[in-house]
Design a protein around this ligand. Structure first.
Ligand SMILES: [Fe+2]
Ligand SMILES: [Fe+2]
Length: 205
């Protein structure tokens, strides 16, 4: 297992037991939403590549990230197919849109907020993959997904590191206060009741 100490100290809380207990019964939904998240992560990175063409480090890091997210997308779709699951339409969770609703409009604050929320999304994904993998490896039927989630940890941890490093690089002053503020929003999304079970959802109702 890779070292997740930094991920755990960055995140405001761990995934609630209630969410982890619900996950094995919701695998098709979970994998569809996971595939959608990979696609969305790639498209967000691509959007930033178009918008911030003068930010050299961002171009390098996020173009690699976009390629990796699309590769993950292909892998999740293939895994679903192998497990006999269907890829149907599914509404996204409230998580990413709520985080993004707090992105300030004016530059360069907009860029900083997008990078900070990106760091939270990647860190939470990493934490959840790790916790889920432990659960899914216990049962024979779900072992293949558990193994795959362990493989993803390293790249998701790096995506978190890259987003946070870019935010620090482009900030004129310390971002710690803003990071902590987004952390409060994130905590609420993870610990409050959520009507829809998704990869980043809160406590299942
Ligand atoms: Fe990914
Ligand atoms: Fe990622």
């Amino acid at each position: 297992m890779i070292d997740l100490t930094e991920i755990h100290s960055f995140l405001p809380c761990t995934t609630p037991e209630a969410w982890l207990n619900a996950a094995p019964g919701q695998l098709n939904t979970l994998l569809i939403d996971h595939a959608n998240c990979e696609k969305k992560a790639a498209s967000t990175a691509l959007h930033l590549l178009y918008r911030y063409i003068d930010r050299t480090e961002l171009l390098a890091k996020l173009s690699q990230l976009a390629r990796e997210e699309l590769l993950h997308f292909e892998q999740v779709v293939a895994l679903m197919r192998k497990m006999g699951m269907t890829y149907r339409r599914l509404s996204p969770s409230r998580y990413a849109s709520e985080l993004r609703s707090h992105v300030r409009k004016e530059e360069p604050l907009r860029l900083l907020d997008i990078l900070i929320s990106g760091a939270y999304i990647e860190a939470r994904s990493c934490e959840r993959f790790a916790a889920l993998a432990t659960r899914l490896l216990e049962e024979k039927e779900t072992r293949a997904i558990g193994h795959y989630y362990r493989i993803l940890l390293k790249s998701e941890r790096r995506h978190y590191t890259d987003y946070l490093a870019l935010a620090r690089l482009y900030a004129a002053e310390s971002i710690e206060e803003r990071v902590a503020w987004f952390g409060e929003v994130e905590r609420e999304l993870i610990l409050s009741p959520d009507a829809h079970f998704r990869f980043h959802s809160g406590v299942p109702r």
